[in-house]
Design a protein around this ligand. Structure first.
Ligand code: ADP
Ligand code: MG
Length: 531
């Protein structure tokens, strides 16, 4: 392994991944694939014919084959292996397939044999998931030179060639997570002071919310209930995401999904007009939650908004005008958005990678060196599919892979819940909503009430596991309700509904019965077993 080849910077995002290196002038350069695209969707898709699609091709497959198209991500808690057509795989197994693909794109673009990488991760990612990342790199034949927190990398981009402020905030709103970090830049090298956020809050939540309301409207107009139809859901999700993007520049957008359903032998389209104003209203509470975390990060860092001299916008969701406006209002100054919010992290990471190459100490002591991958250890995924199918350019290389076909598609195995699903209660305990070995699909609603007079917000934390203590179970996420009506203790009724569909997807929602305010999330449960 020569030390002369560049260290490749990889931003392994929850929705899109990208790569960069620095050029001879020390400027970061984002790598493009043979078709000129910088962002690679972090998705792989198992096709019924035994082929595996990666990146853009997998994204194209998502609508046709939603249940077998998976996000490559290191989920904040280890939720166990994920079931696929080709067997059950860990997050690391699945992620290694995407990393392998990225390495091939980099090799083709740079005409080099890329091995050494620097990877960025959310600042809030638990240590165990960093270990999973290191394992995935090993399986993809990569040597993980360093792990860098995404806000530190982003800071390098914004600070490059500029006079740096003392204190800055990185407001990062991506596809699957939100975090706000405060940095001290004294001496020109960023030091992370505090980060607050939610690894389950992202642009996806916005898309899901739009998609749910569109299916509801469709039901009202056409009387066809498509909730629970996976293909329809994915088609409407794609349309929602496109609408969200369009409304970042346009004031109005016509959403159209052709032939969404069949009614009395005729195909029915979904068509509706969404204005930016209505869209902004719909997502106001999501934006407010992000501001709540900004305050939390400020508090942890011991800073107030006026002492933060610059706010740097990172993540595709910051292109939503309401998001940037709300951040400006909260910090009392215009945030900087002059660097592409989806590329700021990877470009800064490339600068740090160049420092690492030059043997310089990287600003933050986040280095993790994974040992070189043992010879012959490859991702179990690649060995279980017939061929990894990608664009022609890579096909020749890929065909060298062993032709191992997996057996015919079999139905999903989620039939009963393996362990109870509960919500947090006082004193660190939890209260069961759905018990173990419950046949699915299944729904259950339980009513909870507020514990304090005049309580305005409620957080319902959801977990899965057998312990009575919340923290000993696997954390699944938090439902938030805000702006509850001022009532005395016990007067506000919160209906918490858990619905598990036949594929083991849990939809958890909390609704204030008086105002109708609700918050919902969808989680793919794992560990369920055939009954
Ligand atoms: P991640 O790093 O988590 O993969 P990104 O920073 O790439 O996330 O941001 C992806 C999110 O940003 C997605 O939810 C995507 O829909 C959203 N997004 C991207 N571009 C726009 C846009 N122009 N307007 C609104 N949202 C956008
Ligand atoms: Mg990103």
């Amino acid at each position: 392994m020569s030390g002369s080849e560049p260290i490749l910077a990889i931003d392994f995002g929850t929705s899109k991944s990208c790569m960069a290196v620095t050029d001879a002038m020390g400027q970061p350069r984002v790598l493009l694939d043979p078709l000129g695209r910088a962002l690679v969707p972090s998705i792989i898709s198992f096709r019924g014919d035994g082929h595996l699609l990666v990146g853009t091709e997998a994204l194209d497959e998502l609508e046709r084959n939603p249940l077998n198209s998976l996000r490559c991500e290191f989920r904040p808690r280890d939720l166990g292996p994920r079931e696929t057509l080709a067997g059950a795989f860990s997050d690391a197994d699945l992620c290694s397939v995407l990393l392998d693909h990225l390495r091939r794109v980099a090799d083709a673009t740079l005409q080099l044999d890329t091995r050494r990488v620097l990877m960025t991760v959310p600042a809030l990612l638990p240590e165990s998931q960093k270990q999973a990342l290191a394992a995935a790199c090993g399986m993809a034949g990569l040597i993980l030179e360093r792990i860098v927190e995404a806000p530190v990398a982003a800071a390098m981009s914004f600070a490059l060639g500029k006079k740096t402020p003392r204190f800055a905030a990185v407001y990062d709103f991506g596809g699957g997570k939100f975090e706000c970090s405060l940095l001290d830049l004294q001496g020109g090298s960023p030091r992370l002071l505090a980060t607050a956020g939610d690894l389950f809050l992202g642009g996806d939540d916005v898309d899901q919310r739009l998609a749910s309301s569109m299916l509801e409207a469709f039901f009202h107009v056409h009387g066809v209930d498509l909730r629970g139809d996976h293909v329809a859901w994915q088609r409407v999700m794609t349309a929602s995401e496109a609408a969200k993007r369009a409304l970042s520049t346009a004031l109005e957008h016509v959403v159209k999904v052709d032939a969404l359903a069949e009614k009395a032998g005729r195909l029915v389209n979904l068509k509706l007009t969404l204005t930016r104003e209505v869209f902004h209203e719909r997502i106001a509470d999501v934006v407010e939650r992000s501001i709540f975390f900004c305050d939390e990060a400020l508090r942890q860092a011991g800073l107030s908004p006026p002492s933060v001299e610059e706010i740097w916008l990172v993540g595709g969701m910051t292109r939503v005008p309401a998001v940037a406006e709300r951040v400006a209002a909260h910090f009392g100054r215009e945030p900087r958005s002059d660097i592409d919010p989806e590329l700021a992290v990877v470009m800064g990471a490339a600068v740090l990678a160049a420092d690492a190459e030059a043997g310089q100490r990287v600003t933050a002591p986040y280095g993790v060196g994974s040992p070189p991958p043992p010879e012959g250890v490859a991702s179990p995924v690649a060995g279980r599919v017939a061929r990894v199918a990608t664009k022609k350019m890579f096909t020749a290389m890929m065909q060298a892979q062993p032709e191992v076909k997996f057996s015919a598609p079999r139905p999903a195995v989620f039939e009963v819940t393996a362990s109870p699903l509960s919500v947090s209660t006082v004193g660190g305990f939890c209260d069961e909503v759905i018990g173990r070995n419950q046949q699915i699909p299944f729904s259950k609603t339980r009513i909870f009430s507020t514990g304090k007079d005049g309580q305005k917000t409620v957080q319902v934390r959801v977990c899965q596991g057998d312990s009575r203590r919340f923290d000993e179970n696997a954390f699944l996420g938090t439902l938030f309700l805000e702006d509850l009506p001022p009532r005395s203790r016990g007067q506000v009724r919160i209906a918490v509904t858990f619905h598990i569909d036949a594929d083991g997807v849990l939809e958890a929602s909390a609704r204030d019965e008086e105002t109708g305010r609700a918050h919902a999330m969808r989680i793919q449960l794992s560990g369920a077993s055939a009954g």
